[in-house]
Design a protein around this ligand. Structure first.
Ligand code: RIB
Length: 309
């Protein structure tokens, strides 16, 4: 089974501050770092670290060749990445003392993807493989339709939220992984449970995984509904936490493990990721996640584990 991530690759420019600036305010930052990022790249790395046969497709400029090297070093196949004459995508990320962030995205090469480029990649994948997309690249709707038609499983992380997301053909999505804000914006509901159930009705038998940050995550699929709590952790930088969750969760679900176990494993992986600075570089491998679960699952997490049906 091949996992294809057709998504964004970004250069993350990360500025650390005690607090985020107000409108019109200028603040000096205490630290600046350049990191590897992009929701697509982060999720491809997370899939590979979880154990998946992961492929990354998309576009980068010459300034982004280190992103491709990073993917290769982390076990992701990069044969389907194309080179642009323009700039790579980049993100300006401000992180405050609590590890919370705000971001400006420059899409760059990520928005140069054409239907022809999609077809060049899709011909190497087929029934039983999985396509994972986010919303930082062009041609998302086209790819979903084409992959679904080919019999591939389709996973969508509709992030960042844009109005166009309301127009997606959700019945073609098998796994919808999103946060509360994105869920609220798509459904108009404000309560997590209602958001998850409404979204699951928009899919044709697919599963919704709604992440709630420190409040854990919800799984909703036809008649199955449950919530897992998040592990307590000291947040240093939450950038990429959702991407780490997405990769581990999807690999688990596609490998046929119990959905509950898949979400718990994903939750452990993202707890480790937020305790470190950066995005893709902070994604733990399978062994680190297993060790974390062994240490933390029985003692604390398991005892407070609240299985809501
Ligand atoms: O989800 C985190 C990612 O969002 C960052 O790495 C940044 O590049 C943006 O794509």
């Amino acid at each position: 089974m091949k996992f294809l991530v057709f998504g964004s690759m970004n250069i993350d420019r990360v500025y650390s501050l005690d607090r985020l600036p107000e409108k019109g305010e200028t603040l000096s930052c205490s630290n600046y770092e350049l990191h590897v990022g992009g929701k697509g790249l982060n999720q491809a790395v997370s899939l590979a670290k979880a154990g998946a046969l992961a492929y990354m497709a998309g576009r980068v400029g010459k300034d982004g060749m280190f992103l491709v090297d990073f993917l290769k070093k982390n076990g992701v196949n990069t044969d389907f990445i194309e080179l642009s004459d323009g700039f790579s995508g980049h993100a300006v990320i401000e992180v405050d003392g609590e590890g919370q962030n705000q971001m400006i995205l420059f899409p760059g090469a990520n928005r140069e993807i054409t239907p022809d480029a999609c077809e060049r990649v899709l011909e190497h994948f087929g029934s039983g493989d999985l396509l994972l997309m986010q919303y930082e690249t062009s041609q998302v709707e086209y790819m979903i339709q084409r992959a679904h038609k080919k019999g591939m499983k389709v996973a969508l992380n509709p992030s960042p939220y844009v109005k166009k997301l309301k127009e997606i053909e959700y019945s073609q999505v098998d796994y919808l992984i999103l946060n509360e804000f994105e869920g609220m914006s798509i459904t108009g509901e404000t309560e997590a449970q209602k958001i998850a159930i409404k979204l699951s009705k928009m899919l044709d038998g697919g599963a919704v995984i709604l992440t709630l940050g420190a409040d854990g995550a919800i799984y909703a699929c036809e008649n199955e509904y449950f919530r897992v709590p998040a592990f307590e952790t000291q947040a240093v930088d939450t950038t990429g936490a959702g991407d780490t969750f997405t990769g581990f969760c999807l690999y688990g679900l596609m490998s046929g493990i119990e959905p509950e176990k898949a979400l718990i494993t994903a939750s452990a992986a993202s707890a480790i990721a937020v305790s470190r600075a950066g995005a893709a570089e902070t994604i733990p491998d399978k062994k680190a996640v297993e060790d974390f679960l062994e240490k933390n699952f029985d003692n604390g997490f398991h005892s407070v584990y609240n299985h809501e049906k």
